[in-house]
Design a protein around this ligand. Structure first.
Ligand code: GSF
Length: 204
């Protein structure tokens, strides 16, 4: 099984952590989707990573689909609960965390891909507002609990860890650790895990 991805994508990191927690081996094939000669569209017509190529050869994307598929591959450490309501809760946490990544990437692309005179500050502000609102919601939801959902690690914690880790990586000016100490406590706990340590993004 092959995972096409990059070392800096938070979505790729999320699914790599899921595979690691599940103790399922997957070969990471690095792909720069922004390079003019990228071959990613052969596997994923949307041109995005992560993209999983299982042994049957039929591509699986996007990260939420890959995470769910990976969780069902082995009984080790269930990351998505079987109960329908709990499952929806975990997936909502994941949607919040992915929403932070989506908004961050849109804001960053506005700054890095567009010529300065075409950049819209209002657009960047809109995305940064989403990040702030999602962080506030995650902190309120987490409250004083040890984990996002239930009493063990789930996909919710993994997704949140990747989202806030992405902010530290690309938006160090967002001071979420000071503002939301409970999110930072969760993040510090996640950082002890080999799955998080092994997937730290490279120095920018
Ligand atoms: C998002 C993947 C994505 O935007 C998922 O897998 O959950 N909803 C999808 N990946 C970026 C890499 S990154 O910035 O994390 C990507 O491949 N972008 C290329 C493009 O053309 O948008």
């Amino acid at each position: 099984m092959k995972l096409i991805g990059s070392l800096t994508s938070p979505y790729v990191r999320k699914v790599r952590i899921v595979f690691s927690e599940k103790k399922v081996d997957v070969d990471l094939e690095l792909e720069n989707v922004w390079a003019p000669d990228t071959k990613i569209a052969i596997s994923n017509p949307l041109g995005k990573v992560p993209c999983l190529i299982p042994d049957d050869g039929e591509a699986i994307y996007d990260s939420r689909v890959i995470a769910e598929y990976a969780d069902a591959l082995s009984p080790v450490s269930k990351l998505i609960p079987a109960d329908n309501r709990d499952r929806a809760s975990v997936k909502t946490w994941e949607a919040l965390a992915d929403g932070i990544m989506d908004a961050g990437i849109l804001a960053r692309l506005e700054r890095t891909l567009r010529p300065a005179e075409q950049q819209s500050q209002a657009w960047v502000d809109r995305q940064m507002g989403k990040i702030q609102a999602a962080l506030r919601e995650m902190s309120e939801r987490l409250s004083g609990n040890a984990w996002c959902q239930g009493n063990q690690i789930t996909l919710a914690d993994i997704a949140v860890g990747c989202a806030v880790g992405y902010l530290l990586f690309r938006f160090p000016e967002v001071k979420w650790q000071l503002e939301y100490p409970n999110l930072d406590r969760l993040y510090q706990k996640l950082l002890q895990r080999p799955s998080f340590i092994q997937t730290e993004p490279p120095a920018a």
